[in-house]
Design a protein around this ligand. Structure first.
Ligand SMILES: *Cc1c(COP(=O)(O)O)cnc(C)c1O
Length: 483
C-alpha cells in the first residue's frame, strides 16, 4: 500500500501526491454525475444498509485508493446533486465552479481568521470584502460601518441580536450586560418579528437568556409581509404594560415565501421607540445584484444590521454568511482579550484580530469565495443570475394562477413559489415523495394557512420555462394516478 505524504510542502513528491489526489477526486466526482436528476432515489433504510459503523475506523489504514473506491461506490452516487435543475426544495444552492476551486485554496492553506498571525492576507481580504459589502447595502464604512463573516444566517442573526441587546442595555438602561449579565427586569425585554420569520429568532432569544416569551410574533398581511400597523399596536401595548421593546427583526425574504417586510415603514417606529432594527436578509440579500429588481431591497440602509447569506442566492459553497453593522463600535459586545491571541497592542500597531467581532474563535476564510465569485462574473454576470431566478418565479406564478388544478399562495417577490394541487393534503404529500424516490426530483413542502403546500425554490438559473412546464405536468399526472 502506498505511503501517502501527510501534507503539501515544497518537496516534489508531496506536490505530485497533492495534484494526483485532487485530480482523482475531481474525476470521481465528475463521473458521478451520471444523469441530470437530483437524486438517485434510495430510501433512508437503503442508505443505512450501505454504511457500516464497524468500517469507519479500521485497525490499519486502507490507504487512499481503497477509500476512494468506497467513496465512489457508497457515497458519490447517492449524493443529492444540488446543481441539478430537478432540485428546488430549499434555500440550498448549487455552488459555482470557481467557488469550489476557492474551497480548495482555503482548505489547503487552512487559515484561521481569529488572529492576524494565523491569516495575514486572509484577514486583510476579509476586511476589504466587508467594506465592499457594507457599501453595497448602503452602509458607510467611512462612518464606522463594519461586519464579520459567520457560519450562516442563524449565527449572523444571533450576533445581531446580541449586539442589539447589549447596545440597548448600555445606552438606554445604562446597564452593562457584558459585565453583569442580564438586568433585573430582563423578563420585560421584547423583540418583534413576523409570525413567519426564521426560527433562529426564538433560538437566539433562548440562548441569550431572554426566552421565547421575549419574542413577539407580529401577524403578516395577505402578501406574507409583517403587518406594520399590527407591529405599531403591539409595541404601543407593550410599552403601556411596562414591557421594554428593544429590537425589531424585519425579514427580507421569508424562508418559505420570499416575502419582504417593509423596512421603510418599520424604521420610523424603531426610531420613535429607540429600538434597533435588524434585517434578516439571509434569503433576500442576493436581490441587490439584480439590476432589474434591486429596488425591492433598497431600504436596507435604514437598518442597524443586516444578515447576508452567500450560500443561498449567491450560489457559494456552505458555509458563507456575513453580518453587517451600521455602527461597528457595537461589536465591542464580543471583544475579549487573551494574552496568547489578540493583544491590545496589536491593534495599535495595525494588526487586525477579527476574533474581536466574532462568536467563533477558529474560523474559515469564507470571504475568499466572495472575492473570487464577484470578480469572476462581475456585476453583469451576477445580475443575470439573480434576475433569471426571479423571472422564473414570476413565470411559474402566472402559469399556476391560470391553471384550474392548482392554487397558488402568494405572488413571489423573490424566487420561491408556494402552491398546492387541489384535492387535499395527502395528495400533495404523496406527490412530493413520489418525485424524490421515483423521478429524482426534489421539491419543497410546507404549510400555509393550514394547508399542506408544495414549494419550488428557484435559486438555480439553469432552470428554464420548459423545465417548469414539464414539472408542473408531472405533478399533475402524479396527483391523478392513485398510488
Ligand atoms: C436560511 C435562513 C436563515 C438561516 O440561515 P442559515 O445560513 O441556514 O443558518 C435565517 N433566516 C432566513 C430568512 C433564512 O431563509
Amino acid at each position: 500500500m502506498e505511503q501517502l505524504p501527510l501534507f503539501l510542502t515544497d518537496k516534489p513528491e508531496s506536490k505530485e501526491a497533492y495534484r494526483r489526489i485532487i485530480a482523482e477526486t475531481a474525476d470521481a466526482v465528475a463521473a458521478s454525475f451520471e444523469d441530470s436528476t437530483a437524486y438517485s432515489g434510495p430510501t433512508p433504510q437503503e442508505l443505512k444498509e450501505l454504511i457500516k459503523v464497524k468500517d469507519i475506523l479500521p485497525e490499519s489504514g486502507l490507504g487512499w485508493q481503497a477509500v476512494l473506491e468506497r467513496l465512489k461506490k457508497q457515497i458519490l452516487p447517492n449524493f443529492l446533486r444540488t446543481p441539478s435543475t430537478d432540485y428546488m426544495a430549499h434555500l440550498h444552492s448549487p455552488a459555482t465552479i470557481e467557488s469550489i476551486a476557492s474551497e480548495l485554496v482555503l482548505s489547503t492553506f487552512n487559515q484561521s481568521m481569529d488572529s492576524w498571525d494565523q491569516s495575514p492576507v486572509a484577514t486583510e481580504i476579509e476586511v476589504e470584502v466587508i467594506k465592499m459589502l457594507c457599501s453595497l447595502y448602503g452602509f458607510k464604512p467611512e462612518n464606522g460601518a463594519d461586519g464579520v463573516f459567520t457560519s450562516g444566517g442563524s449565527q449572523s442573526n444571533q450576533t445581531a441580536i446580541i449586539l442589539a441587546r447589549d447596545w440597548f442595555c448600555n445606552t438606554k438602561l445604562n446597564y452593562d450586560v457584558k459585565k453583569h449579565g442580564l438586568p433585573e427586569n430582563f423578563r420585560k425585554l421584547r423583540m418583534y418579528t413576523s409570525e413567519i420569520s426564521h426560527f433562529s429568532m426564538e433560538k437566539s432569544a433562548h440562548i441569550l437568556g431572554l426566552g421565547y416569551e421575549s419574542v413577539v410574533k407580529v401577524p403578516v398581511d395577505k402578501q406574507k409581509r409583517m403587518d406594520t400597523a399590527a407591529l405599531a399596536a403591539l409595541i404601543e401595548e407593550d410599552v403601556k404594560n411596562g414591557n421594554i421593546p428593544f429590537l425589531v427583526v424585519a425579514t427580507i425574504g421569508t424562508t418559505d415565501f420570499g416575502s419582504i417586510d417593509q423596512v421603510s415603514e418599520i424604521a420610523p417606529l424603531c426610531s420613535k421607540y429607540g429600538m434597533w432594527l435588524h434585517a434578516d436578509a439571509a434569503y433576500g440579500s442576493g436581490v441587490i445584484l439584480s439590476q432589474k429588481y434591486k429596488q425591492r431591497i433598497a431600504d436596507l440602509e435604514l437598518c442597524d444590521s443586516i444578515t447576508v447569506d452567500f450560500h443561498k442566492m449567491f450560489l457559494l459553497p456552505i458555509s458563507s454568511s456575513a453580518v453587517l453593522v451600521k455602527d461597528g463600535k457595537t461589536f465591542d459586545a464580543l471583544t475579549i482579550h487573551a494574552d496568547y491571541l489578540n493583544r491590545t497592542e496589536d491593534e495599535e500597531d495595525g494588526y487586525t484580530n477579527l476574533v474581536d467581532k466574532s462568536l467563533q474563535t477558529t474560523r474559515r476564510f469564507d470571504a475568499l469565495k466572495v472575492w473570487v465569485a464577484f470578480q469572476t462574473r462581475g456585476k453583469d454576470g451576477w445580475s443575470e443570475i439573480i434576475s433569471t431566478s426571479m423571472e422564473n418565479a414570476a413565470y411559474l406564478y402566472e402559469k399556476l394562477l391560470n391553471d384550474g388544478d392548482f392554487t397558488v399562495v402568494t405572488k413571489p417577490e423573490i424566487s420561491s413559489v408556494v402552491f398546492r394541487l387541489k384535492g387535499g393534503d395527502e395528495i400533495n404529500k404523496k406527490v412530493r415523495r413520489k418525485l424524490i424516490h421515483g423521478h429524482g426530483v426534489v421539491i419543497g413542502q410546507t404549510v400555509s394557512d393550514g394547508f399542506v403546500c408544495l414549494k419550488f425554490t428557484l435559486l438555480n438559473p439553469l432552470i428554464t420555462h420548459d423545465k417548469l412546464d414539464s414539472l408542473v405536468e408531472l405533478i399533475r399526472k402524479l396527483g391523478k394516478t392513485d398510488v
